[in-house]
Design a protein around this ligand. Structure first.
Ligand SMILES: [Zn+2]
Length: 253
């Protein structure tokens, strides 16, 4: 399985990283995609190794961090993002929950990330919180046939989900789908499985029954289990479909 969104390089994992990775490998995780929070994230990602897991880096500036990089990602996205070791551009997106005063900077940054993703022919990874309509409007404006990517931690309505699919996006399904009152499960059940990918967003948003704890890649099995129930298919089938989707989108060999 591919954990398509995991901040495994953060200090929360420093103490027991090898054990966390052993548990991930044991749970069937073969690939971990690491979205950046800022340009400095790249150096933190370098330290990770495991005999049975492949690590894939992304470059980007999280929408909650655009104010600490007032000059924007600019040329760095295009120059450093071109390297083979960079699998995608992100995470970018919009977050009106944490920061309403930087909305225009967030939107500008999102546009730059989309342009880099198109130029470099790599997926863009999108964060969204209380900003869905603006996010989809900007993706629509940026979509010229070349843009592909993931709306990570999908949390939209059925219409918003379908709009995102129509715009060419995949939807990242994480622990929230297991939360009782979130309602994401009912929305996801109506979406086509061939456009969904699994993610943890570790160390955040651990699925039930680990809700509230530090999330880690091995917990993705609970999210996969939930998807199996929603679609009425076996866990093996869910693993196969979502892994295939991730491999197609990220063009993994
Ligand atoms: Zn993230």
């Amino acid at each position: 399985m591919v954990d398509t969104h995991c901040h495994i390089y953060l200090p929360q994992f420093q103490k027991d990283i090898q054990k966390v990775l052993d548990r991930a490998a044991h749970a069937g995780i073969t690939d971990i995609m690491m979205p950046a929070i800022d340009i400095g994230s790249l150096e933190q990602m370098d330290a990770l190794t495991h005999p049975h897991i492949r690590f894939h880096k992304m470059i980007g500036i999280h929408p909650c961090d655009v104010n600490t990089t007032p000059e924007g990602p600019g040329k760095q996205l295009f120059e450093r993002g071109d390297a083979d070791e960079i699998i995608a551009i992100g995470e970018t997106g919009l977050d009106y929950y944490w920061s309403k005063e930087h909305i225009s900077a967030q939107q500008q940054s999102l546009r730059e990330h989309c342009q880099a993703a198109k130029t470099l022919d790599k997926p863009v990874i999108l964060h969204n919180r209380e900003s869905t309509e603006d996010l989809l409007d900007i993706i629509k404006e940026q979509q010229d046939g070349r843009l592909r990517g993931i709306w990570h931690c999908f949390n939209g309505t059925p219409e918003q989900g379908r709009r995102a699919l129509d715009l060419g996006l995949y939807l990242g399904i994480g622990g929230v789908v297991t939360f009782k009152n979130a309602g994401v499960d009912r929305v996801v059940a109506d979406l086509p499985p061939d456009r969904l990918v699994l993610e943890t967003d570790a160390p955040y948003l651990a699925p039930v029954p680990k809700r509230g704890k530090r999330n880690e890649p091995s917990f993705m099995k609970y999210t996969a289990q939930k998807l199996s129930e929603l679609f009425g298919i076996s866990l093996e089938e869910t693993d196969r479909i979502t892994t295939e989707n991730a491999r197609r989108l990220f063009r993994l060999s």
